[in-house]
Design a protein around this ligand. Structure first.
Ligand code: 2OP
Length: 232
């Protein structure tokens, strides 16, 4: 039996949902929770891209704090330092999307080696994997913090291959984040896009051949994709 490709799972937006923090924001900022959580997430990603473009690094916990402060200021909102701390601490307890546990069970049974690959710091990822009980599914946790750059720098994908001691071409990134799909494919990885919201694809590249609505749909789609030799 040919060795199965390794599946590397993105975390925020793919396994767990940062936007759901809107519920907790809503308690302090009635009517504003969704908007603030969306600006928070978008700012967080923007800060990672900008730091990486500048050749600078602050870890994902730092970025997440600063992005929340900016999202609040942008909306003209105020939370106390303790409230902001409490919101960021919720990153350690983010809820899984409903398809994640059944999907990972299915993929694990199908024999895929599975790892986590994320912008999150090692501490954030460890806490999250313990609190969500998802740790049991993964053979390794790889953080971009190990190379002090964020996705989609090619360095982070190359680091993943080094850490797993496997060629990038034999590792498939599973992510809902379009910029991550495009970055990984540009670096030479196989990819799958999890399009949970049935939204449009990023315009920076053509959508990947492998697009699934949920992780449950991934196992079936992968068994088809493995037939093709050079499929991305
Ligand atoms: C992650 O690396 C991109 O936030 C996403 O987990």
């Amino acid at each position: 039996v040919a060795t199965r490709e390794t599946l590397a799972f993105d975390v925020y937006g793919t396994l767990v949902d940062p936007i759901r923090l809107e519920q907790h924001l809503e308690a302090w900022l009635p009517g504003e929770g969704r908007r603030v959580s969306q600006v928070w997430r978008q700012t967080q990603l923007e800060y990672t891209w900008r730091l990486t473009a500048m050749g600078q690094y602050q870890d994902f916990a730092w970025v997440t704090h600063r992005a929340l402060e900016h999202a609040l200021e942008t909306g003209g909102h105020r939370l106390t330092a303790a409230q902001r701390e409490a919101m960021v601490a919720r990153y350690d307890h983010l809820a899984c999307f409903d398809d994640v546990v059944p999907g990972l069970l299915h993929l694990g049974e199908a024999g895929y080696p599975m790892v986590v690959f994320s912008n999150g710091t090692p501490r954030m990822l460890e806490a999250l994997l313990v609190n969500t009980n998802l740790g049991q599914f993964f053979a390794a946790v790889v953080s971009v913090d190990e190379v002090r750059a964020f996705k989609p720098s090619p360095r982070v994908y190359q680091h993943l291959a080094r850490r797993l001691d496997r060629p990038l071409e034999e590792i498939r990134l599973i992510t809902s984040n379009g910029f991550d799909v495009i970055g990984a494919a540009a670096a030479g990885m196989r990819v799958a896009w999890v399009n949970r919201s049935d939204g449009p694809y990023d315009r920076l590249a053509a959508p990947p051949a492998l697009t699934v609505p949920t992780l449950m749909a991934l196992a079936g789609a992968l068994s088809g994709a493995q037939g093709g030799s050079n499929e991305r």
